[in-house]
Every structure is written in C-alpha cells, then in structure tokens.
Design a protein around this ligand. Structure first.
Ligand code: ADP
Ligand code: MN
Length: 251
C-alpha cells in the first residue's frame, strides 16, 4: 500500500521532469497525452514553446537517444478557425466523410490533416519535416534546426542568403508538391518556409488541399505570387507566374 503510494509519487515526479518549462496554457487532457506520447516515442524532455500562433504551439522534444522532434500542439480553436477548417475540408474528397462534432474532434482533425499532408509530401520527396506520429491534437515531426534551436524562417534570412539559387529551390519544392504530391500549400509565404543548410523546408501544411479541391488553382496562384513578391522585394529576378504554372499539372 505504502509502496504503491510511493511508486505513484515517484511516477508523478518523473512525469513532471518531462517538462523543462511549465506551460500553464497546456490543458490537462493535452498534458496527459504528452505523457503517453513520451512513453511511446521515448521522449525524455519537452522544452518551452518556440512559437505560439493562433491555433497551435510548437515545442522541441528530446528523446533518450538524443533525437530532436518538433511537437505541434493544436489547441481549442475559435469560431473563425472552425469556419476555416470547413472551408478547406469541404470539397476535398479525402475528407468527405469527416463529420465535425466537438471542438476536440475539430482540433484533432487539424492535427490529422497536417500529418496526412506531411506523409504525402514526405513520400513525394518534397523537402518538409518528416512526420513521426499524430495522437489526438498533437503532431510530432522531425525538428528542423539543431540541438533544439530551430532553423530560421525564409523571412528571417540575411540579404546575402536570399538569392536566386534559393528562389529556384523553393519553386522546385512547390513543383514537386503539386506534380508529385498533388497538393497545394494554401498558405505559402516567407513565414512557412524554413531554411537549413541552404535548403528550404516547407512547413505548416494543415490547410493544404488536394489538386481536386475547387479552390486549388486560386490558392496555388496566390502561393506563387507570395513567393515571387518576397524574392522580388529582395531584388531577385523571378519567373512569371504563368511560366511556373505552365510546368504544373493543374488546369
Ligand atoms: P502556425 O500555425 O503557428 O503558423 P507552424 O507550423 O508554421 O504553425 O509553426 C510555427 C513555427 O514553429 C514556425 O514558424 C517555425 O518557427 C517553428 N516550426 C514549425 N515546424 C518546425 C519544425 N519541424 N522544426 C523546427 N521548428 C518548427
Ligand atoms: Mn505558420
């Protein structure tokens, strides 16, 4: 009895040791999921959030064998994000059977959608974080960067690093994304591309849609325009949107 109690106490302390930073914004359900995930993936430590957006936060996690993961936690969303999810999933044949019920199911749908999109990108050889696991509202993927320090976003590069070679690589990844993975990013910009070792990584694909989505072409044009605008602003000569589109298998 006393031994059992002590073991329980020890286990509780161990679970708390998992978290290198106390984050009061993690709800108790997510907290328990993180503990289960740690057992499953041999995670030794979760570190403080490296980013907190409207709908998700990213935490670095370190495994017992020294591998870093990026853990993306989707949290309870607003009415606006519910509308956004519906907009992106309605019309996508892969999600025609998804019926949205509770808020928890809703955010879990976002996590699963991003995971599935990352799998498609990975299988198509697109440069993006390798998906590791999805559990409830938590997505685990390869960490882009080193020793828990994330790589810079395209937006954060110095002038010299923003060159024509990088522009071509970004357009190359976009081409693979469309022609091989059959996905349109839908929110591509200097904020959703990380650069590590002069190589771009496409991130944040929860809202990416299949080429069959009714808005696919419109979203694709906007993605290309965003990329062109960013590089043009940094005095790189860019290709015409039409010329890029002509190489893409989308009508
Ligand atoms: P949001 O919906 O909040 O924009 P993102 O997926 O864009 O979510 O991630 C937010 C930030 O977290 C990114 O800008 C980047 O700095 C960091 N990040 C995202 N994915 C990774 C990753 N795999 N490795 C390292 N850092 C990442
Ligand atoms: Mn983002």
């Amino acid at each position: 009895m006393i031994d059992g109690k002590r073991r329980k106490e020890e286990k509780r302390i161990k679970d708390e040791d998992l978290f290198k930073v106390v984050d009061s914004t993690i709800d108790s359900r997510t907290y328990l999921s993180l503990i289960q995930l740690a057992r499953k993936l041999q995670i030794k430590e979760y570190y403080g959030a490296i980013s907190s957006g409207k709908e998700a936060k990213i935490y670095p996690a370190l495994t017992k064998d020294g591998t870093w993961y990026a853990v993306k936690i989707y949290y309870v969303t607003t009415a606006a994000s519910k509308r956004a999810l519906e907009k992106y999933t309605i019309g996508d044949p892969r999600f025609k059977d998804v019926k949205i019920k509770t808020t928890f199911q809703l955010i879990e749908t976002w996590a699963r959608k991003e995971y599935k999109n990352l799998v498609r990108l990975y299988e198509a050889g697109v440069s993006s974080p390798r998906p590791i696991f999805v559990y409830r509202n938590i997505l685990v993927m390869d960490f882009i960067g080193q020793d828990g320090i994330r790589a810079p976003l395209l937006k954060e590069l110095s002038e010299e690093e923003i060159n024509e070679d990088l522009y071509r690589k970004v357009i190359g990844e976009l081409e693979k994304m469309v022609n091989i993975a059959h996905l349109v990013h839908g929110d591509l910009s200097e904020y959703n591309i990380m650069v590590w070792d002069e190589k771009p990584y496409i991130i944040d694909v929860s809202q990416s849609v299949d080429l069959q989505h009714p808005n696919a072409l419109e979203l694709l044009k906007r993605d290309i325009e965003n990329i062109n605008r960013f590089f043009e602003d940094h005095n790189i000569s860019v290709e015409l949107v039409e010329d890029i589109l002509s190489r893409l298998k989308i009508s």
